[in-house]
Design a protein around this ligand. Sequence first.
Ligand code: ADP
Length: 473
Amino acid sequence: MRILQVASEAFGLVKTGGLADVTAGLSSALVETGHDVRLVLPAYRGCLEAAKATPRFELGSFGDSGPVRVCEGRLPGTDVVTWLVDAPLRFDRPGGPYLDVDGHDYADNPQRFGLLGRVAALLAMGGALAGWRPDVVHAHDWQAALSLAHLAWWGAPRPKTVFTIHNLHFQGRYAPGDVQDLGLPAVAFATEGLELYGTVSFIKAGLQYADRITTVSPSYAREICEPTGGEGLDGLLRHRGDALRGILNGIDRDVWNPRTDRAIEATFGPSEWSARAKNKHALQAAVGLQTDVDTPLFGAVSRLAWQKGIDLLLAAAPSVIERGGQIVVVGSGDPHLEAQLSDAAARWPGRFAFFCGYDEPLSHRVFAGSDMIAVPSRFEPCGLTQLYALRYGALPIVRATGGLRDTVLDASHPDGVGFVFEGLEPASATDAMLRGLSTYADRGKWRQMQLRAMARDHGWPQVAGAYAQLYDE
Ligand code: ADP
């Protein structure tokens, strides 16, 4: 089957979160099972070189976006053919994919991702332009959603479409005045189009026009149909309920493999506990914690945002440290949370460590060296860090929400692999972490839980199979 994936991130070229892992992992698993995949991404600065891309289609000038062409390369480390939308005025800048170097949204984000959607739709219509016509267009999150609107508006026989919600909280909502020059027809500004409470919502394009909607866990698929989790779109999602599916994300089992991981101190497999302990010692030393492999160590690797419940982790810290635990947090984001984490590290030297920043190799060392990984999210569409933790034999401590609920079974269950808490108040998170501490002391039970965790298979092949079935439908 021919599948056009449209997204704003893919691991290997550009990543700010789980979306990048998913678009890369899914695309390459589909290619490995014989599907013909093209991945469309913006050509952010450095991407053309990294993908070894060469010009493929000249599309001419798109108003204020200037000249646009599409260059073809490969997603690094994979066989995924990648079409990069090369529009230097929109994408060739310093800074990240969404934020400038000072951390502010680019003022022309609607134009930037409006262009991505428009070009992807042009490519999807194939014909003379691309010489390749997909059977299915699969767009990810609000940045790619307009591609599905354009395909629907054109009205001609079009490929079937799938839209995946990776996080409904991010919607791409703009005042109508901010999207005037996007080439949108009048319907875009109407309720049956992209209008949402007087704004234009990019994500609504995906929810309104896709033939099938997926999100990244069965629990999150239910939660977003409720007013509490629907972010203002639960009504539309209930209306589209028959088209909505929850498919859990996979992880890249080559990148996240403790047997071969070159970022960690000592590679290890199940039962190789002394090798695992070397990673703990090295991690403690690297982040300035007291080096003692018998001290229970909690890790967290996270965006620092309200969603992620890092405040709950901070609230639990005094009890955890008082009872002999250590904590290491790797993350960046909300300056207020960054300051609180720095304060905690200053208050408990050798017991609480905070690395402020984004560091992929360090994140591997945290999964390999920690005994437990805390993911106390308020909501979590799927979550990847608990899956990495399982694979590296670190037991996840998670709030019962979205994909965390679907992937971590509590220690009270005979097949338990972690510690699950329901409440949003600090006492619930604290209680779960303290349960982790007391279970850690029972080495026999702990090893059994680690073995079950490491035996979990959340690889991409079966996940790609679930998507392939959906495409077949
Ligand atoms: P989200 O996409 O909401 O941020 P996920 O759990 O789905 O959450 O994915 C987060 C991804 O980003 C994981 O691969 C995680 O390891 C990575 N990550 C988050 N923060 C950091 C950081 N500071 N350094 C390295 N990797 C990070």
